[in-house]
Design a protein around this ligand. Sequence first.
Ligand code: HEM
Length: 211
Amino acid sequence: MRDQALRDQVITIFLAGYETVANALSWTWYLLSENPECERRFHDEIDRELQGRLPTYDDIPRLRYVEMALAESMRLYPPAWAMGRCALHDFQLGDYFLPAKTTVLISQFITHRDARFFPDPLRFDPERFTPEAKSRRAKFTYFPFGAGMRQCIGESFAWMEGVLLLATIAQRWKLRLVPGHKVEPEPLITLRPKYGMRMQVEARMAHVAVV
Ligand code: HEM
């Protein structure tokens, strides 16, 4: 591999694989902090399933609510909030004619907040991601990892990493948004919190694992 190609691979992993997950986690902590009832269920599941142990890969199937909260967080704040495509040739897409070279933008952020697919769309509700609720929705109404030929190659890794990080951190800590801190999404390539996410960290002493 030449230096330029190596550099390009490293940048891809940083942007596609690191920045996206970091954003997903920031938004998830924020949403849990704003929704204490969901946060309580989240902590309860972690305490019940792990009994103070650090989570491992084998625990993931039992951390259902953690995964549902992460899924719901990526619905409201999809780290990749839009994707672009370029028409190689003239193309008829349903009612739309796309001349060759047209750029088409498809936005997860807009689709995920469409009340036709997600009633009361601005409400944070991990219950939207029970297997039953998911099976009632049409394909492609939720696509934080894209779809089709260029679907995210790191998707399984991201779910694993996200669930394990959330469970590991939440086992010991509770995060609270600093009162008055302004929260606004900044849609760059990824969806960052514009002013950062300032949180106060509280130890959950009763649940600290013995290490
Ligand atoms: C929450 C985490 C992540 C989100 C939301 C996300 C989202 C996406 C999306 C939407 C695409 C498709 C872009 C398009 O079709 O234009 C994509 C592609 C890609 N992702 Fe991810 N991603 C995440 C994590 C990761 C991780 C952990 C890795 C690698 C370790 C990764 C590597 C890639 C690569 C290499 C592509 C390009 C695949 C291709 O074009 O064939 N992503 N990602």
